[in-house]
Each structure stands twice: as C-alpha cells, then as structure tokens.
Ligand binder design. Sequence first.
Ligand SMILES: CC(C)(COP(=O)(O)OP(=O)(O)OC[C@H]1O[C@@H](n2cnc3c(N)ncnc32)[C@H](O)[C@@H]1OP(=O)(O)O)[C@@H](O)C(=O)NCCC(=O)NCCS
Length: 229
Amino acid sequence: MDINSISIKQQEPHDLPAICRLIEEAFATVQESDHREQFLVKRLLSSPGFIPELSLTAWIGSELVGYILLTEIEILSKAGSIPTLSLAPLAVRPDFQRQGIGVALIEEAHKRAAELSYETVLVLGHKDYYPRFGYRRAKNFGIIFPFEVPPELCMVKELTTGAASLAAGQVKYPKAFFRILIGPMPLRRTSPDYCISAAIRRAVISDPMTSLYSLKLLIDHQSLCLCEP
Ligand SMILES: CC(C)(COP(=O)(O)OP(=O)(O)OC[C@H]1O[C@@H](n2cnc3c(N)ncnc32)[C@H](O)[C@@H]1OP(=O)(O)O)[C@@H](O)C(=O)NCCC(=O)NCCS
C-alpha cells in the first residue's frame, strides 16, 4: 500500500456507523479491551469535550481504514483547571494495520490540536507504541491519572515545549467516560447484580475521581453488562 494514497478528513456525522464497525473490528482481538470502545465514541461525540476538528477519519479511496478522536478533558493543577486533550480511541482496520495509518492519524491529530492552541495530549495506551510520537510517562511531570494501571501506560505528549511540567496535577475525565456506570440500572432491585451496580453508582457519585479502571474490573469480574446505550 502506498502511504500517500491515504487521505485524512474531519469526521462527518454520517461516518459514525462505519466508524463504530471499524472500532469494533480493530479492538476485537485486543486483550486489554472491554470491546465497548464504539459506545465510548458515541458518548464522546455528543459530550461537551467534543471538538469536531479533532475527530479524524483515514480513507483509502472510498474505504474507511482508520479513526482517531481527541476530546477535551482537564487537569486540576494548583493554579486551577488546565485544558488538555485525551487521545481515545485510535483504531486502524485490522487488514490495514502496520502500514503507517496509525502514524499518519496521530501526526495529523497533533498538528490540528496544536493549531487549535492545545499544549498537551494525554493517552492511556500501549507503552511501546506512543513513545515514538513523543509521549512520555505522565507521572514524571507530576500529571496523575485516576486509574490504577502501571504508570508507564499513562503518557503525555507536549505540543508546546515545557507545557507538561506546567500542567502538573490530577487528570479529571468528564462523565462521558463514565456514563456506563451511572446510567439507569436495568436490573431488578432484588437481584445481587442490582446491589453491585448500586454500589458502583454510589462509588462514582461519592468519589468522582474513582478509578474507571478498577470499576471496569469490578464489572468484568461480576460479568455485569450495565445499560450501554
Ligand atoms: C495500535 C494501532 C492503532 C496502530 O496502528 P497501525 O496503523 O497498525 O500502526 P502503524 O502502521 O502506524 O505503526 C506501525 C508501528 O507500530 C507498531 N505497533 C503497532 N501496534 C502496536 C502495539 N499495539 N504496540 C506496540 N507497537 C505497535 C508496529 O510494530 C510498527 O512498528 P515499526 O514501525 O517499528 O515496525 C492499530 O494496530 C490498532 O488499531 N490496533 C487495535 C486497536 C488499538 O489497540 N488501539 C490503540 C489503543 S491504545
């Protein structure tokens, strides 16, 4: 495949069904995935953090082969709230992987984010993939993710030199990332599942910084499927 034949465009509303299919296929064999990234995208696209210019599709001819989304989140620093971007998700159609499409999408997303004056991008992702784009361990800059995951998976990319150190603080993910846990529970009050889901809801309400990751683990462990849209 000739990498020059890829075109990257801002996502159009009518691309959404194809994007969801692509995401489902791309994450189908990813071990760390909950295979629900397509629902996350739907929530993010209708959330306040959505920035149309940073929802990008990659095409070869008329075929959708990749997708990347950067949404606005914040870091709560000593000086106050600092806007930043969360890279999630990035997906390339399985039969087009390892041919440079991921690289092209990330580089284009970084370029457009810098043009919009964003100074940093955060990612929770593959520790061997993102460093090639300049992502570094966020903890080294005092940027703390609310996830109980190995620190090398939580990374920050500076779009402006020196911006990461100035953004030291606690990363706050908006509720679009958590919606699965706080929507109405379709479970009977008497079932044990109801008690578990109610406990999760309480945890989210009483502690908005509760780790998404540990809650996800709890859900996986209990084989619960809560109210996905
Ligand atoms: C991860 C992903 C987006 C990469 O896109 P891609 O188009 O396949 O990757 P590219 O062709 O741009 O880059 C290829 C390079 O990345 C490396 N790479 C690809 N996936 C990797 C991974 N999961 N971990 C580490 N390196 C990876 C390749 O080894 C290759 O390295 P090389 O150039 O040194 O040989 C794609 O494989 C994908 O959609 N995977 C499933 C979904 C996913 O995991 N998304 C990321 C969530 S954090």
